[in-house]
Design a protein around this ligand. Structure first.
Ligand SMILES: Cc1ncc(COP(=O)(O)O)c(C=O)c1O
Length: 387
């Protein structure tokens, strides 16, 4: 039979059929330690009982009504997001719910254009950034090699060298509505921002009436050791997007904006059929409530320390970088892709984020034993590939 899936992904080597915490199981019930969590998605681990119960109860009650009507969970989740952005008290913002990270960013981009008005529509992002695969978010993504075959892309995007304030300043003029940055570039190699860089961006944006929009799709929701990555850098953004961890695997995205910015939208300016529906928000509500109850940011920090110390104990690891559990391990004299493939064969899930670095985004609830188990598999895989 012809393979019925489009060839935009390579054929997968493994099919997972169930999970529990930081473990995954394939069709033959072989167990894997999961150091990827669906790329920073399942932060509470697989099949978390609170999320599973919330989703199944909601599915049995009401799946969908349309955003023309009110529905359960949406208000509670929006309020919680606003409080987490304010680090414990309201940040005076409003939320639009979407179905993915790219859609959350589409909302941010449209909001910036509406807020800026005609002639003030450009968005400045960084090289090596990743903001999604829709045409606008691809144009925002600072990786020209990904643009080429899809030209012409929507106009209105510029790129500045990452973490270079002078270059960013050069890209700003009266046509710029917003700067869009990740707090840690995830897909771009796990490159954290710095306090100086983000403070400088905030100052430039304030001086010129430009929005500072933060893409927290990968870094957001406890993974970096703070509720949001930007909180590590002590600035207050105007717009924040999030997705991956928000539903612990249930597809949901959100764009938060300060009320003074959000009110640029009027009824009909932006919409979605599924975004913010009762099912996805039931998962988000259970996820956020659980994260708050277990103090997920503190757990992420503790696990990240254990993981980075264990990684540094391996001869082939020359360094780790990142923030919290959004981490990369730089390898010497061995191909990271080959190591990741060998790990998968031998029961550890991770991915190569550059030719020389592995990306580690395990569930925040990973235990010390599961870290130790993964380290043993990784050590053996590196030695096999190196020989
Ligand atoms: C920082 C960032 N923004 C946006 C996206 C796009 O999210 P999605 O794949 O849910 O559209 C990603 C996905 O990896 C991401 O890491």
């Amino acid at each position: 039979m012809t393979y019925p899936l489009m060839p935009n992904y390579n054929r997968p080597a493994v099919t997972f059929v169930r999970g529990e915490g930081a473990y995954l199981y394939d069709e033959s019930d072989k167990r894997y330690v999961d150091w990827l969590a669906g790329i920073a998605v399942c932060s509470l681990g697989h099949a978390h009982p609170a999320v599973a119960e919330a989703v199944s109860a909601q599915a049995a009650k009401l799946l969908h009504v349309s955003n023309l009507f009110g529905s359960e969970n949406k208000m509670e989740v929006a309020t919680t997001i606003d409080t987490l952005i304010g680090d414990g008290s309201s940040a005076d913002g409003q939320v639009f719910f979407a179905n993915s990270g790219a859609e959350a960013n589409e909302c941010a981009i449209k909001l910036a254009r509406k807020f800026g008005g005609r002639g003030k529509h450009n968005v400045v992002a960084a090289f090596q950034s990743f903001h999604g695969r829709t045409l606008a978010t691809l144009a925002a993504t600072g990786q020209p090699q990904k643009w080429e075959v899809f030209q012409p892309l929507p106009e209105g995007f510029r790129h500045a060298v990452w973490a270079d304030l002078a270059d960013l300043e050069n890209k700003l003029d009266e046509t710029v509505a917003a700067v869009l940055l990740e707090p840690v570039q995830g897909e771009g190699g796990v490159n954290p921002a710095t306090v100086e860089y983000f403070a400088g961006v905030r100052k430039l944006c304030d001086e010129r009436g430009i929005l500072f929009m933060i893409d927290e799709v990968q870094a957001g929701l406890a993974r970096t050791g703070r509720w949001f990555g930007f909180q590590n850098f002590d600035i207050k953004p105007d717009v924040v997007t999030m997705a991956k961890a928000l539903g612990n695997g249930m597809p949901i995205g959100a764009c938060w904006a300060k009320e003074s910015v959000a009110r640029a939208f009027e009824p009909g300016d932006h919409a979605t059929t599924f975004g913010g529906g009762p099912l996805a928000t039931s998962a988000a509500r259970a996820t956020l409530d659980t994260m708050i109850a277990i103090d997920a940011p503190a757990m992420a920090l503790a696990a990240s320390q254990t993981l980075s110390e264990a990684l540094m104990g391996l001869d082939a690891v020359t360094g780790t970088r990142g923030l919290g559990l959004l981490m990369a391990a730089e390898l010497k004299d061995v191909d990271a892709k080959a190591v990741a493939a060998k790990c998968l064969e031998t029961g550890l899930v991770l991915n190569a984020v550059t030719p020389t670095a592995l990306r580690l985004t395990p569930p925040i609830v990973i235990t010390d034993d599961q870290i130790a188990e993964g380290i043993e598999i990784l050590d053996a895989a590196i030695k096999t590939v190196a020989s």
